[in-house]
Design a protein around this ligand. Structure first.
Ligand code: 26Q
Length: 798
């Protein structure tokens, strides 16, 4: 959009006067933020209306991305950037004596997600708007986002994230117009109506009101605005008498109170199922209503609507759509089923079996009695059809939805949809060969890969403005609109002046992070050190502990030989552990205690520092990632479906230190073997161990003195204040046979780290590697990923 600085200043002053009854210079950063958001809303509202009008007038097919998590982080700066008015607004505020950075920091992160999966959903929203495809989000409006993490005495403490604060969500619009009701619990029996049609009759069902709040998703440079629809729950006035006590009301409000903070193991909690169903049913109801306005037959809804199931959390969708089509709109089962399968598609984000959702049939039946009947019917028909085709009984049993009194949600999503995708090449291959192999044999045409991506604008232009300017200076500004132009940097990677420039940009980003580290932890770190970073959720398979084992090795090397010639290192961690994940919390405790040990030891001469930054979130990632020299992506091969921070690090010039897992493999393919450091077992070697049952960690420990010394450090009193956690870790590694093969990969990891040390000493060589990472990162733009979803899976037009 067009905006002059003068007009902006007038609008902003008016907004401050009107909203706060004060003059601009008196406004606090929060007041300035709220007023600025009001001004921006005024700018985008007509664009938003126009977009909605156009989509319904053109009767374009729309994709709805159903996700129980969306993790956008802050929105102010992206909104401004995408509207094309970021510089104008910054200049206008500067003229008024207001620091944009302070205003920006007044916005609370919108953290309605745990990690990768939620962040990916948010990225897709941005990219759908940017590419111009009609794609809307559908999720929950949690009152509390992912917990705030504090570290007390080295332990993780969780505090509620009351992100609405006193100002609420400045971007959302409540849409009373689209309110719908959702039914839970009660009994259902079937009865013939006057026309002889069998209809369900509900008794004692609980009826809840689903209230949508829409958050605009502004496309970059195209004035396109899509919708992210988040549902809140309310008690319908006419049923108020059913909720006489405060406790009754609270039970209802609980449905949208908090995001489940667990991304590692699945727990069959009733409230979680209610959350999943609530957003799914509400979303599907409004989708049908808006489709019907086009006066088209419901049995063709797949021609105008796609519903995407982001992991199994909304996988009740095929069954719920069947319920709506058959019960509420009177479609015949077969016609309803055909359109349902063509409407639905599903992304799998994990091969870890403990994370696959299965619901206890009794619990499910109690909460969703009618949906349960529908699922049984789907399952019966599926089994009968395959049996009739002569499929072997074992395959049928492996793939059916209901078995052993459990409902397998992934199976429902696969059977009830036309597309299943993994999130990186290796991950999709593993799904086909292993986790979902029987399905692949039955329905090979459903399977496809969509390697994840990131919103390049957030990680370069917003998080790394100095880097962006350096790129402008080198190849012009075209890359800002067409990320593929970054490839032009490839030809300049031998120019020492350019390399020196980029080196300096990284140094400046490191200085900014160093200041933050000093301010928040009191730890002094030198920007001459290698900034070696591992930031992600804490999970055993991601192997933060392997990183820690190497740190302990360096510690002993330095204690043995204080004059050891090594490039100083700062190991930086950021990680939240699921509140009930005991082992993960013990690893956090140990990182912090080892940090205390090494940071205070003057004999190490500042060569080794360890920093744990608390409350890792999107905003902190924007500070940390551009300052990294080394990107730690060290999961056990086969376990990390894709990873997405690996892409962000690459794009901002870190060198990846990685196993051949997830998207690391594709990063290696893009950047070439010389510009990445790969180590450790590959997935075939890991699978061979599984097949041969031949891994014995105690044997490795007993035969390798270095490993023994490192592991013993956890239990011999070296690390203060962590005896029980140290024992837990020791036992995981030795007694419980080291499930993620840390000891097997240890030596390769140490060697890879030594290689990093050697490479970093040659400043020009390192800078070249760094630049080539930036130059070849365009493959991972989520704009392209979403284009593939839109074309291959959803058949949209932009
Ligand atoms: C399920 C049931 C009950 C409660 C919680 C959950 C739950 C919630 C979140 C299970 C899993 C998650 C999140 C998973 C996740 O973030 N997976 C990551 O997805 C990224 C995007 O595709 C990948 O890059 C990562 O490799 C993958 O770990």
């Amino acid at each position: 959009m067009q905006l002059t600085k003068e007009k902006f200043i007038r609008d902003f002053k008016d907004a401050v006067h009107e909203a706060q009854l004060i003059k601009v210079p008196a406004a606090t950063p929060t007041e300035a933020f709220v007023s600025l958001a009001k001004v921006i809303r005024k700018y985008y509202t007509p664009l938003w209306l126009e977009r909605n009008r156009k989509i319904s007038e053109d009767q374009k097919k729309v994709a709805y991305y159903f996700s129980i998590e969306f993790l956008p982080g802050r929105m102010l700066e992206t909104n401004l950037l995408n509207l094309g008015i970021l510089d104008t607004v910054k200049e206008g505020l500067a003229d008024l004596g207001i620091d944009f950075e302070e205003v920006k920091n007044a916005e609370h992160d919108m953290a309605l997600g745990n990690g990768g999966l939620g962040r990916l959903a948010a990225a897709f929203m941005d990219s759908l708007a940017t590419t111009g495809y009609p794609g809307f989000g559908n999720g929950l409006r949690y009152k509390y986002g992912l917990f705030k993490q504090r570290i007390v005495d080295g332990y993780q403490v969780e505090l509620p994230d009351s992100w609405f604060g006193s100002i609420g969500n400045v971007w959302e619009t409540r849409k009373d117009h689209d309110i719908v009701d959702v039914k839970l619990f009660g009994n259902v029996y079937l009865q013939a109506n006057e026309e002889g049609r069998i209809m369900p009759v509900y008794e004692n069902a609980q009826i809840l009101r689903a209230v949508p709040y829409d958050v605009p998703q502004i496309g970059f440079g195209n004035d396109n605005i899509n919708n992210l629809r988040l549902w809140d729950v309310e008690i319908p006035e006419e049923y108020e008498l059913n909720y006489p006590t405060v406790a009754d009301r609270r039970r209802v409000q609980d449905i949208t109170a908090t995001l489940y903070p667990d991304d590692s193991s699945y727990e069959g909690k009733e409230l979680r199922l209610i959350q999943e169903y609530f957003m799914t049913s509400a979303g599907l109801q409004t989708i049908i209503q808006s489709y019907l306005k086009q006066n088209r037959p419901l049995e063709n809804i797949h021609e105008k609507v796609s519903v995407h199931i982001n992991d199994t959390h909304p996988a009740v969708a095929p069954a719920e759509l069947m319920r709506l089509l058959v019960d509420d709109y009177g479609l015949e089962w077969d016609k309803a089923w055909q359109t349902t399968v063509k409407t639905m598609s599903y992304t799998n984000h994990t091969i870890l079996s403990e994370a696959l959702e299965k619901w206890d049939a009794e619990l499910f039946k109690n909460v969703l009695p009618r949906v349960y009947q529908i699922i049984l019917e789907i399952d019966n028909r599926y089994v009968a059809e395959l049996a009739q085709k002569g499929v072997n009984p074992e395959t049928i049993e492996n793939t059916r939805i209901v078995k052993n009194d459990q409902i397998h949600m992934a199976n429902l999503a696969i059977i009830g949809g036309h597309s299943v995708n993994g999130v990186a090449k290796l991950h999709t291959e593993l799904l086909k060969d292993d986790t979902l192999h029987d399905f692949f044999v039955l329905f090979p045409e459903k399977f496809n890969n969509k390697t994840n991506g990131i919103v390049q604008r957030r990680w370069t232009q917003i998080a790394a403005p100095e880097l962006s300017e350096a790129i402008d200076k080198t190849i012009g500004t075209g890359w800002r609109t067409d990320i593929h132009e970054l490839r032009k940097l490839n030809e300049l990677a031998d120019n020492p002046e350019i390399l020196a420039d980029f080196y300096q940009v990284k140094q400046d980003a490191k200085a900014k992070l160093a200041a933050y580290i000093k301010e928040t932890t009191g730890i002094d770190v030198s920007t001459d050190a290698i900034f070696d970073v591992q930031v992600k959720r804490l999970h055993a398979y991601k192997r933060q502990l392997l990183n820690l084992l190497h740190i302990i090795k360096l510690y002993w090397d330095l204690k043995d030989n204080p004059d050891l010639d090594m490039v100083p290192r700062v190991f930086i961690f950021g990680a939240k552990a699921a509140p009930g994940y005991h082992f993960a919390k013990s690893v956090i405790k140990l990182i912090n205690e080892i940090a205390n040990l090494v940071n205070q030891d003057a004999s190490l001469q500042g060569k080794l520092k360890v920093v744990f930054l608390e409350n890792y979130n999107v905003s902190l990632a924007e500070l940390i990632i551009p300052a990294a020299n080394v990107s730690e992506q060290i999961s056990l091969a086969s376990k990390e479906a894709s990873g997405t921070s690996n892409m962000k690090f690459m794009m901002t010039g870190a060198v990846t230190l990685a196993t051949l897992d997830g998207a690391n493999i594709e990063i290696k393919d893009e950047v070439g073997d010389d510009n990445i450091v790969i180590f450790g077992m590959d997935k075939d070697e890991v699978y061979q161990h599984y097949a041969n049952h031949d891994y014995y960690s105690r044997g490795v420990y007993e035969s390798n003195p270095t490993i023994k010394r490192v592991v013993d450090t956890f239990v011999n009193g070296t690390i203060p204040n962590s005896a029980s956690e140290g024992t837990e870790i020791y036992e995981a590694l030795i007694t419980h046979n080291d499930e993620y093969f840390l000891l097997e990969d240890f030596e390769a990891y140490v060697a890879a780290q030594a290689q990093i040390d050697a490479l970093y000493r040659d400043k020009e060589k390192w800078s070249r590697m760094s630049l080539l990472n930036i130059a070849n990162s365009d493959k991972f733009t989520s704009d392209d990923t979403i284009t593939q979803y839109a074309q291959d899976i959803w058949q949209l037009e932009n």
